[in-house]
Design a protein around this ligand. Structure first.
Ligand SMILES: O=C(O)COP(=O)(O)O
Ligand SMILES: [Mg+2]
Length: 244
C-alpha cells in the first residue's frame, strides 16, 4: 500500500501565491550542507524546515544519520542513506539493497592484508551501516579497490570516505524509488551535491547543482555549478531555484 505524504511548510514561507513553485529537493549532506569541517551550517536548517515540497536527504552516511537530521529538523523522514543502499520514506517499508556480507568480507580481507578501516574505536562510521562499509581516506586505495573487485563490489570516493558498495546501487536509483513512492516523477526534483556519489542523483533529477567545492565528476555531471562552496553553495543554489 502506498501512502503519500505531502509536506507543506507552516512557517518561514511566503505562500501568498505570487512566487515561483518550489520543486522537491534531493540534497546531499557532507560537503553540501556543511562547511569543510563537516559541521552542518546552521543557516541551512531553516531553509530545509521551510521547504515547500519534499526534501529528500540523500547521503553516503549510515542510515541513522539522515534520519536524525530529518528528526531534528522536524521534517518528514524521506531519506536515501548509504549511497542508495537504504531508502526510507515515513509510513513506508524501508528498502535495503546491496550486499553487506560481501562488504564486510572485503573489510576482513583488507584487514588480513595488513590494512584497517581507519576509524577511531568505537567505529561510529560503520556501526549502524546496513548495506555497505566505509574506509577512511588515509587508508590505501589500491588494495581496497582490488579486494572489493574480487568480491564483486566497487569503491566510491565521496571526498569524506571510501565506500565499498554494490555497483548497481546508487543515490539515483534511490531517488527514483523515493519519487515513485511519493507519486512524483524523478525529473521534478532538483538535486544539490558535491561528489562522485551524487552523479547518479544528478542524472536522475530534472535539474542539478554541484557546489563549487565538488569533485571533478560531480562538476562535470551537474547542470549548474554554484560560485560559492559548501553550504554557501547550497544557499546559492536555493536562491537560483527560487528565482530562476
Ligand atoms: O559520508 C560520506 O562519505 C559522504 O556523505 P554525503 O553523501 O552526505 O556527502
Ligand atoms: Mg557529499
Amino acid at each position: 500500500m502506498r501512502a503519500t505524504t505531502t509536506y507543506h511548510a507552516t512557517d518561514e514561507r511566503d505562500d501568498s501565491g505570487g512566487g515561483a513553485v518550489t520543486p522537491p529537493l534531493a540534497v546531499d549532506i557532507d560537503g553540501t550542507l556543511t562547511g569543510p569541517s563537516r559541521a552542518i551550517d546552521p543557516r541551512v536548517m531553516e531553509v530545509l524546515r521551510g521547504w515547500d515540497d519534499h526534501v529528500v536527504v540523500a547521503t553516503g552516511k549510515a542510515f541513522p544519520y539522515p534520519v536524525a537530521l530529518c528528526e531534528f529538523l522536524a521534517i518528514p523522514i524521506t531519506v536515501i542513506a548509504e549511497n542508495g543502499g537504504v531508502v526510507a520514506v515515513a509510513g513506508e517499508e524501508i528498502v535495503f539493497t546491496g550486499d553487506p556480507d560481501s562488504a564486510w568480507a572485503v573489510a576482513e580481507a583488507y584487514e588480513a592484508a595488513g590494512f584497517g578501516l581507519g576509524w577511531d574505536e568505537p567505529d561510529f562510521v560503520n556501526r549502524w551501516r546496513e548495506t555497505e562499509i566505509a574506509v577512511a581516506l588515509d587508508q590505501p586505495l589500491d588494495p581496497l579497490e582490488r579486494i572489493a573487485a574480487d568480491h564483486g563490489l566497487e569503491v566510491v570516493d565521496t571526498g569524506f570516505a571510501y565506500h565499498v558498495k554494490t555497483p548497481d546501487v546508487d543515490k539515483g536509483k534511490g531517488l527514483a524509488a523515493v519519487a515513485d513512492t511519493l507519486d512524483r516523477d524523478p525529473t521534478e526534483f532538483v538535486a544539490v551535491g558535491d561528489s562522485e556519489n551524487d552523479v547518479a542523483t544528478f542524472e536522475t533529477a530534472g535539474r542539478s547543482f554541484a557546489v563549487a567545492n565538488a569533485d571533478d565528476s560531480a562538476l562535470a555531471a551537474a547542470d549548474e555549478v554554484t560560485d560559492a562552496s559548501y553550504a554557501d553553495g547550497f544557499l546559492e543554489a536555493v536562491e537560483r531555484i527560487e528565482t530562476e
